[in-house]
Ligand binder design. Structure first.
Ligand code: AHR
Length: 488
């Protein structure tokens, strides 16, 4: 039988909690009817923000929330989203369904949402259709403490104190929807825009450059070479480089249904999710050449499944159901990020509510938690722990392990085989195991999911009787299951 080894006494790097980040774009019903219902709504809310989703998301310990896009970010003009709501101009959301955006959810509403979620804002600025001045004055508006035109405007709009803002993206997908640029051109624009992203008072920005699409290694090479360090003093201008990759089981034209699939599509999805590891390896190798000390983080700020939209829904709204297959993709992604957390220090699953691989689906005043939500909840124990090496797992198993400050060890495992149980041992070295407990997310069918009528079909339960002998755990994982174990 396969014997995996967990080395409890080899502490590697810290797993940044920011790997467990989320993403909220003005797309479909992520913001409107997802997070935001407005203060007048009959749906219980705090200053327009839904109470039920805030309460549910707080249980995930969300570290950061990326906003306002995505593709939307490069056509968003922040000044349209401040001041009295009824006076804000409208715009057309050309990327996502051509709907009218009323700008009722803007900077103040987003910052309030982050306060309620107790998470850090991650704001993406507009390079594609915005100016340097526009980006620079947005940062001044949000973070300037003393007297300045933008700080005064913020005060006029009801916010005296500056907000604290660390994570700032200088454009999104500028190789595509953000301007169809070549890397050489974007690298120069990054240098220019990032120069005027100023630190005011105590605030320190962590500037994130638009990184590659999937396996565009040339983009990474050019950005690292031309824009990570500048000037005769080799001043670091880049703190993070983003990476986007979606798990699409079919082709971009015919991605496949979110709920109607069989073993073939299951297998294709697992393989495509595992590809994230290869991608990180490839991009990290290039980054290592320019930045051996790993100062620049790889920011995987869009990842997750992308299927055909649910039949009968607006194709521009990217609304899809979420099954046990999504739970597996979430587990695979988070395990990969944990294991590669020396370079991957921020990640954002796309997207939080009602869009792509969502945590939450809403309909009127109802809310349902998806299997992906449960994986994020089960895996949150890794946040800020030290990574432990977990080697020699069977090939069908995705896993990672960590240790917290109190010496508690956490191990998360997923059986990627959709049909067969997996049995294996894990020898724990360098620690003595006194007790093990855990939870499991498993389903009767691989396509099981939660609906408004049956919201708890897929949810974690306590794992009965984890067997262990001495320092060896005897694991048996049902097909297509996800497990979180805690050892003390
Ligand atoms: O998440 C949906 C879209 O996917 C984002 O707006 C864009 O950045 C990516 O192409």
């Amino acid at each position: 039988m396969n014997k995996a080894v967990l080395n409890g006494d080899i502490r590697k790097n810290k797993i940044s909690r920011h790997i467990y980040g989320h993403f909220a774009e003005h797309l479909g019903h992520c913001i409107y009817n997802g997070f935001w219902v407005g203060p007048e709504s009959s749906v219980p809310n705090t200053e327009g923000i839904r109470n039920d989703v805030v309460e549910a998301l707080k249980k995930l310990n969300i570290p950061n929330l990326r906003w306002p896009g995505g593709c939307f970010a490069d056509e968003y003009h922040w000044e349209d989203g401040i001041g009295p709501r009824e006076e804000r101009p409208t715009m057309i959301n050309t990327h996502w369904g051509g709907v009218t955006e009323n700008n009722h959810f803007g900077t103040h509403e987003f910052m309030r949402l982050c306060e309620l979620l107790e998470c850090e804002p991650y704001i993406c600025g507009n390079v594609g259709s915005g100016t340097v001045k526009e980006m620079s004055s947005w940062i001044e508006y949000m973070t300037m403490d003393g007297k300045s035109p933008m700080a005064d405007l913020r005060r006029e709009n009801g916010q005296d104190d500056p907000w604290s803002l660390t994570y700032f993206g200088v454009g999104n997908e500028n190789w595509g929807c953000g301007g169809n640029m070549r890397p050489e051109y974007y690298a120069d624009l990054y240098r220019r825009y990032a120069t005027y992203c100023r630190d005011y008072g105590e605030n320190r920005l962590f500037k994130i450059a638009c990184g590659p699409n999937t396996d565009d290694y040339h983009w990474t090479e050019v950005l690292m070479r031309e824009a990570s360090k500048v000037g005769f003093m080799d001043h670091w201008l880049m703190d993070g480089l983003s990476l986007h990759y979606y798990t699409v089981p079919g082709t971009w034209q015919k991605k496949g249904s979110a709920t109607e699939f069989g073993p073939e599509e299951w297998k294709a999805t697992m393989e495509k999710a595992l590809y994230m590891d290869k991608l990180i390896e490839g991009h990290a190798a290039i980054m290592d050449r320019y930045d051996p000390e790993k100062r620049v983080a790889l920011v995987f700020d869009e990842w997750g499944t992308w299927f055909d939209v649910e039949p009968g829904t607006n194709p521009g709204f990217l609304f899809q159901q979420n099954t046990q297959r999504d739970a597996l993709v979430a587990a695979i992604g988070l395990n990969i990020f944990n294991n590669r957390s020396d370079r991957v220090r921020i990640a954002n699953i796309a997207q939080t509510i009602n869009v792509l691989q969502a945590m939450i689906l809403t309909k009127d005043d109802k809310m349902v938690l998806t299997p992906s939500y449960h994986v994020f909840e089960m895996f949150k124990t890794h946040q800020e722990n030290d990574l432990l090496p977990l080697d020699n797992l069977p090939k069908e198993i995705s896993g990672s392990a960590s240790i917290d400050r109190e010496g508690r060890v956490f191990m998360t495992l997923a059986n990627m085989d959709g049909e067969k149980e997996s049995r294996f041992d894990v020898e724990i070295r360098g620690l003595s195991v006194k007790g093990v407990k855990g939870r499991i997310l498993k389903t009767e069918n691989i396509s099981d999911h939660n609906t408004f009528e049956d919201p708890d079909r897929v949810k974690p339960v306590d794992l009965e009787g984890v067997d262990w002998e001495g320092n060896t755990l005897k694991i048996s994982l049902p097909a297509a299951s996800v497990v979180a174990l805690q050892m003390a």
